[in-house]
Ligand binder design. Sequence first.
Ligand code: CP
Length: 359
Amino acid sequence: MAPRKIDLRGRDFISDLDFSVEEVEAVLDLAARLKKEYRSGKPHSKEFMLRDKTLALLFFFTSTRTRGSFEAGMAQLGGHAAFIDSDTTQIAHGDTAKEIGQIFGRYFNGIAIRQCDWGVGNRYINEVAQHSPVPVLNMQCDVYHPFQILADLMTLREHKGKDLRGKKIAVSWAYAASYQKPISVPQSLIIQLTRFGMDVVLAHPPEYKLMPEILQLAEENAKASGGSFTITHDMDEAFKDADAVYPKSWGALLTTTDPNESAEIGKRYKDWICDERRMRLAKPDAIYMHCLPADRGLEVTDAVIDGPQSVVYEQAENRLHVQKAVMVMTLGSYVHVLSSSKRAKRKAKPPARKTTRAR
Ligand code: CP
């Protein structure tokens, strides 16, 4: 079988599903190579460099990891990332999404945007992309957080092996009091991980539903990959025999958009915390995952997040490597070559299992 070229030059990355499974595997392969190079302390190979390339980082919402990793990553590749806080722009005075796409598309080689406002963010990013001559990258919207899930996949592969088929992950809601967190992380998790043959269990109290079209995609992806997708309202049930647990909070946005009402609903479920008792329900070698920031003492106990099963710092680090890989492949001239043995392995999958959805 001839080697296949994976060419992402000029492509947007807005939804997790904008890249095929094969394209995601190429990104993860390259990310692993970039991680190794970076850790060697030597500059990156010439073929990966983004010299003279610029990326706009337009933020409508706060960030620690996303901003830090995009800025550091672009500098390590020899390019420049410009941090732009939307509050310091003329957007509030009338600059439209079309104008941002048209104008930033003439200054920069790529436009990365974080816009998490409910019912607004994804539409805004897509509108910018429609008018932009350069790739648009989603740094998190109200629907998706695709770079976080690439980093999570990389972390899962490092701990559980590249073949994730049949591995169980519990994606669970957890209680938090800080703010109504977006639903983009659990939504991106369930649509991306089901493409890799994982047994994905989504757990949440009834009021913390995700978007029906996202659930539908997760079901379809599980069916196609031979994995499974199940929904439960019992956190303990989700954790049982899991290889990985990913308990995090999100807002009851499909039940109410009133933050006070949502906060009141949340108080009924304060026992949805990831503690040592719950970790013991999972497999002994299960990993604890969280995208951060976490509400310590509410979403998770210190003993768990600081304990031996926690991989949260690896997840945060891998943001750097996967984002560099996507920048190299979309903004640069690099084309990835997938080896034929890898393609042959991907084709040899077991028959699809039944997809269940418990209510
Ligand atoms: N996980 C994540 O996206 O972190 P930030 O919100 O700090 O960027």
